[in-house]
Design a protein around this ligand. Structure first.
Ligand code: PLP
Length: 422
């Protein structure tokens, strides 16, 4: 039985409570402009979550719209799998994308979601082992609370407890250690046997609670992987493509992974696209034996319109001005929120890099629980600001094109909302 539209659309924020109350009742959004979203009642919001952290260029990027439209007119569909001919735009885009990344990250495969490509990274790692005859190397180490997607292997890689528990039986060889506890990571390598471990996967800044790698940690993980011949997979689905003011946080720190996963901002969310970029050595080994072909790919991978959107995003970022601005805008938001913490004790910590900002909330009595966090999000929405939260941290990831006036508005609306819930 359908009671309303929200019953037909099984929204993934539907909870027993919202079902009891007659369904998920968020008003639908109908229009986006710049960094703003309008709902069906006509109310405009400043979108500090950039859809789901992906609309990096905001809702009005004409260059992307034009590129996608033109591509849809010229060649709306093409396949890249099963020996079919790739679209010319895929070849052009792949060249441009790898040119924007450091050597030896020179070989890219395309998929439609971040989840698909974090899974692909692990499967590629295992595939290389198979080609080499190292068939016992199947284990993967990841971080508790890390997020690498949902569904099958990606869900098992994800260290968020609920999601991992549901999907871990599908991929029993994924093991988690405490984020950025390098001694624990080393112990895990010893415990599982370095010769059995194929890969370590990390987000250089964890999206959940916005937890950056401590200084030097990425380099030490790289060293550990090199010592034992383990692949390092960097999941930069959230952190890549300008979110922190760089194309890749790892590359900006001079620590190169064997495989880099990109998504979200890769098309500013205008078309589903994610990428797995492999190093020369992963590529060379994977294609070294004629009898083995990496068995992975879906019908819509490398969709021509996604390729066109990706090219347009690269063009928008090409001269570096936006990336530069992201670093200063993000620093300014953090500075102002830290200053506000003096009179809003609920603000416990403000952290992040570029326009990836975490605002951790605490009360004297302890961490706010989920219902209190929902109250804070509601207060922000009432103040005209959309944001996400994970655990007791508010996560601000506005479009990168946020201007000065919008920075003022964001800080003003957030602090107003936090004052109302104190
Ligand atoms: N990896 C990270 C770090 C992410 O933040 C996400 C999505 O939030 C994913 C992977 C999964 O991407 P998708 O939702 O496109 O499958």
């Amino acid at each position: 039985m359908l009671r309303n539209d929200h019953d037909a659309l099984w929204h993934n924020s539907l909870t027993p409570q919202t079902v009891r109350d007659g369904g998920f009742d968020a008003t639908a959004v109908v229009h986006g402009k710049g960094c703003r979203l309008q709902d069906a009642t006509g109310t405009w919001y400043l979108d500090a979550r950039a859809a789901l952290w992906n609309t990096t260029l905001g809702y009005s990027c004409e260059r992307i719209v034009d590129a996608v439209t033109e591509q849809l007119r010229r060649l709306p569909v093409a396949q890249m799998i099963r020996y079919q001919e790739p679209a010319e735009v895929s070849l052009r885009y792949a060249r441009r994308l790898v040119a924007a990344l450091p050597d030896p990250l020179n070989h890219v495969r395309f998929g439609s979601t971040g989840s698909q490509m974090t899974s692909a990274a692990v499967l590629m790692s295992r595939f290389v082992r198979k080609v080499r005859g190292e068939t016992q190397r199947v284990k993967v180490l990841a971080f508790t609370n890390g997020y690498h997607g949902t569904g099958g292997l990606a869900g098992a890689l994800t260290g968020e407890r609920q999601m991992h528990a549901l999907q871990a039986p599908l991929a029993p060889e994924v093991h988690h250690v405490r984020p950025w506890d390098l001694a624990a990571l080393e112990r895990a390598v010893e415990r599982h046997g370095p010769e059995n471990i194929t890969a370590v996967i990390v987000e250089p800044i964890m999206g959940t609670d916005v937890v950056p790698a401590p200084e030097g940690a990425l380099a030490r993980i790289r060293e550990l992987c090199d010592l034992h011949g383990i692949h390092l997979i960097a999941d930069e689905v959230t952190t890549g493509f300008g979110r922190t003011g760089a194309m890749s946080v790892m590359a900006a720190q001079g620590v190169l992974p064997d495989m880099l996963v990109l998504g979200k901002g890769i098309t500013s969310g205008y078309f589903p696209l994610a990428a797995l970029v492999c190093s020369d050595s992963v590529f060379d080994e994977a294609v070294s034996r004629a009898e083995y072909v990496f068995p992975h790919g879906c019908t819509a991978d490398g969709h021509p319109a996604a390729m066109a959107a990706g090219l347009a995003v690269l063009e928008e970022l090409a001269d570096g001005t936006l990336l530069e601005r992201v670093r200063t805008t993000g620093a300014e938001i953090r500075r102002r929120l830290r200053a506000a913490a003096a009179e809003i004790p609920l603000i416990h910590d403000v952290r992040g890099e570029g326009l990836m900002v975490g605002v951790e909330l605490r009360r004297e009595s302890g961490r706010p629980g989920e219902s209190e966090m929902a109250e804070v999000r509601d207060a922000c929405k009432a103040a005209g600001l959309l944001l996400t939260s994970t655990n007791n941290t508010l996560v601000l990831m506005p479009p990168l094109v946020l201007d000065e006036e919008e920075v003022d508005e964001l800080v003003e609306r957030l602090t107003t909302a936090l004052r109302t819930v104190v």
